[in-house]
Ligand binder design. Sequence first.
Ligand code: 4AD
Ligand code: MG
Length: 451
Amino acid sequence: MQRTRIQAILIDQGHQLGPSASLQVAGWVKTIRSQKQITFFEINDGSCLGNLQIITEKPPSNLSTGASVCVQGYLVPSLGKNQSIDLQATKIQVLGESDPATYPLQKKRHSFEFLRTIAHLRPRTNTQGAVLRLRSQMAWATHLFFQQRGFLYIQTPILTASDCEGGGDLFHVTTLAAGRLSGEVFFQRQAFLTVSGQLEAETIASALSDVYTFGPTFRAENSNTSRHLAEFWMIEPEMAFQDLHGMIDVAESYVKACIHHAFTHCEEDLAFFDQLIEPGLIRRLRLVLETPCAKVTYTEAIEILLSSKQAFTFPISWGIDLQSEHERFLAESYFQKPVVITDYPAPIKAFYMRANDDDKTVAAMDFLVPKVGELIGGSQREERLFFLEQKMKALHLPLETYDWYLDLRRFGTVPHAGFGVGFERLLLFITGLDNIRDVIPYPRYPGHIAP
Ligand code: 4AD
Ligand code: MG
């Protein structure tokens, strides 16, 4: 069906006005307002936030909110205050009717909780439309950023036999044979959904230097929070011939590139988030773009927390895993900007992180941002065979399962480093929304998988 996208009319503009320039648009009816002789109705096709107002003297009898329509007509200067251009209809075709008595999306604002119960219809709301456009742009910005720096986009497996993070928050995969779960028959061993593509990414970086993954990730953490999902998307760059601090520079540049891309490609949607979701959002993001991130070691962060006189639920001492309340205090109250924390105590971090010379800490980093807390986690990897084997033995990891991983240290090992960005957390940070369940079309979390 030949049609002009509403974005081309309202944002790009440059279309001729008047009856001699006929065009066709299509979309879903958002609102209808009838006066004596004339009916005004607005349609949206998802290409931008704004609706196109249609003017007609002869509305079809089955025109209603939620219906899909195709309209032929010509553009006229608008008499309304909200828009500069309307479409004077010459022909209106209702493609799909919508019963106004049962259509769940009314003109009033619905709560995000309610909208989650109709995930199949919520993309038609202004907020979800803006989120999904921004999500698409951030995916593009991600590919642009890494491709422009010569990183190769690689795909790592979704079905794996190893627990990369060692946390044990794995989904177990089995088959259904004759309607019954069939144990470990298919792979002849236990299989899981991936919690991270890092270990496999390391193997490819050990041949092609700079690579990145961008794919679905699964964690069976029983965390019913506004920052955790059971299925989320992660971007994982892995760089050979790289150390912790070079890697942190890449992470900081990446976050800034995403914000810059949002400013240049999502102006209308950002203005909407700034107005309706988080007043001050644009100022907050601009500040991130213009100032360098703070950088402190874990030990320094603990000192800051100890001397803060803040009443935390989880008490502070050297060696604890920082909780969300600590991370948010550091990013939101103390530094008031993104902060990178480095050199964490070895026992609270994953087995693959490189041991520092002090024998206590590892070359890890967490990238914390106001609003979200941990946005990125990464590290320099332990490239020395002896150290890695010692560490894995101490943690009782089955060395034979990881033999392939140890081979990387046996044959041409190199210093290397990488990080993982939670894509939905990046979207929380850039949209200002509060709940991670509202930045992915179909959120999965404990007790919830429908539809
Ligand atoms: O810090 P994490 O666990 O790091 C890794 O998985 C490393 N293997 C990454 C690497 O070095 N290649 O996870 C990385 C990021 C977190 O900082 C967070 O933003 C996000 O993934 N994340 C989640 N996002 C949504 N829901 C969850 N349950 C998440 N768990 C982690
Ligand atoms: Mg982490």
